[in-house]
Design a protein around this ligand. Structure first.
Ligand code: SAH
Ligand code: SF4
Ligand code: F3S
Length: 439
């Protein structure tokens, strides 16, 4: 009988691609992908460690997976990804996990699986300075065949004091641009209309080969030149590294989507310093000014952390005022969660009480909802080309698709299909969605 593998993916988009890489590696071993845990021979969770609640969720999943083992002895349960890297054998010590594989050891999963017995779980959490899975063609798991993620680099060389990613993903390394272009051409030839280039800090992408160096701006332009019909997105940028070259390269190509995700983390210079972000509020605002000057209408989104160590009311007000000043289109907002082993965990007490963190977070969320609404209201009456993703989630009679600036549009339309470009005019909005009609 055919063997089946089931993977639940948590955390960032890089994990989505990594799961696709694991499916590809296991396909060579004769495992096909299943979306039903009940029929899987191997059950994996590809995990995230960025905040404690991300890990708590996985402990719950381990219990659930274990029930499958009780029902069907011989089923293999594995934890892969960032939490595997962080917790190593404390996962197998539970007696409920057979396989632990860190982000750089996925090529070894077939061998690990062969070595598993009921009493000998298998672990590989070696990090690498070279691994980029460049030669592996991911098994795409997106639902509609319109938009594909492409990993262009791995790891992170920054030292943000709160962040566990450098520990779980290791040192930064860039992937051979030739293989990135090949992958983008391949998905385009298969009908995909959008690619998103992924890295923790895409601005520090760098490939050196003989006399040639390829920067992120160079790579982005090469991908954009594959076809004007292929939309190109990317994430994440770092405020300290985003260059004028990149912003200008975006302006040169209509098919590079005008959206920049630029995590700010805090509006207070004192905290930015403590977070080791290596930019100031003024620097950040200057980058935003440059983006707006060169790319009018560019969507700007961010990440922010409420209640980082020693955060005062004044620091918090600095974050709120920065949000007002920039007027972000969207933000991912989090309470600070201390991560063991990070510089912040070792040096700074996690001293903002949970109620205070949550109150501040809620103030940021309330403000951002207003800003998102205002940003969407300013779109009413304008016409945009959107890439149809499929039926709208709320109303199957309507289609949905995004503007280049990454705003979700919904519109009644019985003619077009996923993967087509359609012009729509915005007629009204909520803080999350532009409500449109065909232009
Ligand atoms: N490479 C990206 C972000 C990676 S993690 C960058 O440099 O911005 C995604 C987001 O999770 C971060 O931007 C940050 O806002 C949040 N985050 C990271 N560590 C966190 C922690 N310990 N507590 C709360 N949020 C955290
Ligand atoms: Fe974490 Fe900072 Fe690297 Fe982003 S840049 S992954 S926040 S260490
Ligand atoms: Fe989480 Fe790892 Fe991504 S910690 S955010 S899954 S790099």
């Amino acid at each position: 009988m055919e063997k089946k593998i089931y993977i639940e993916t948590y955390g960032c988009q890089m994990n989505v691609v990594d799961s696709e890489v694991i499916f590809a590696i296991m396909a060579k071993e004769g495992y096909s992908r299943t979306e039903s845990m009940d029929e899987a021979d191997i059950i994996l969770a590809n995990t995230c460690s960025v905040r404690d609640n991300a890990e708590q969720r996985i402990w719950g999943r381990i219990e659930l997976f274990h029930k499958q083992k009780e029902k069907r002895p011989g089923v293999i349960v594995g934890i892969v990804g960032c939490m595997a890297e962080r917790l190593k054998d404390s996962l197998t010590d539970t007696g409920k996990v057979d396989l632990v594989a860190g982000p750089d050891s996925y090529r070894s999963i077939p061998q690990l699986v062969r070595n598993i017995t009921p009493d000998t779980p298998q672990i590989n959490v070696l990090l690498s300075h070279e691994e980029t899975y460049a030669d592996i063609v991911p098994v795409r798991t997106d639902k509609n065949g319109v938009s594909a993620f492409i990993s262009i680099m791995r790891g992170c060389n920054n030292v943000c004091s709160y962040c566990v990613v450098p520990f779980t993903r290791g040192a930064e390394r860039s992937r051979d641009p030739g293989t990135i272009l090949e992958e983008a051409r391949d998905v385009f030839s298969k009908g995909y209309k959008e690619v998103t280039l992924l890295g923790q800090n895409v601005d520090s992408y760098l490939w050196k080969c003989d006399a040639r160096t390829v920067t992120f701006a160079d790579l982005l332009e090469s991908v954009a030149e594959i076809s004007p019909e292929l939309r190109v997105r990317f994430a994440t940028n770092h405020p300290k590294d985003i260059s004028d070259d990149l912003i200008e390269a975006m302006a040169r190509h209509d098919n590079i989507c005008k959206h920049i995700h630029l995590p700010v983390q805090s509006g207070s210079n004192r905290l930015l310093e403590k977070m080791r972000r290596r930019y100031t509020r003024e620097w950040y605002l200057e980058r935003v000014r440059k983006i707006r000057e060169v790319l009018p209408g560019c969507g700007i989104t961010t990440d922010v952390i409420a209640g980082f160590c020693s955060e005062t009311e004044e620091d918090h007000q600095d974050t709120l005022s920065l949000f007002r000043e920039v007027g972000f289109d969207y933000a991912y907002m989090f309470n600070y969660s201390e991560r063991p082993g990070t510089l912040a965990a070792r040096k700074y007490p996690d001293d903002v009480p949970l109620e205070v963190k949550t109150r501040r977070l809620n103030e940021i969320i309330t403000l951002q909802n207003e800003l998102s609404l205002r940003s969407n209201q300013a779109e009413i009456g304008k016409t945009y080309t959107v890439l149809v993703e499929g039926p709208s989630k709320k109303n199957p009679e309507e289609l949905c698709g995004r503007t280049g600036s990454n705003k979700m549009c919904v519109f009644p339309d019985k003619v077009h299909k996923a993967g087509e470009y359609v012009d729509v005019t915005v007629t009204s909005c909520t803080s999350a969605t532009l409500i449109c009609r065909l232009a």
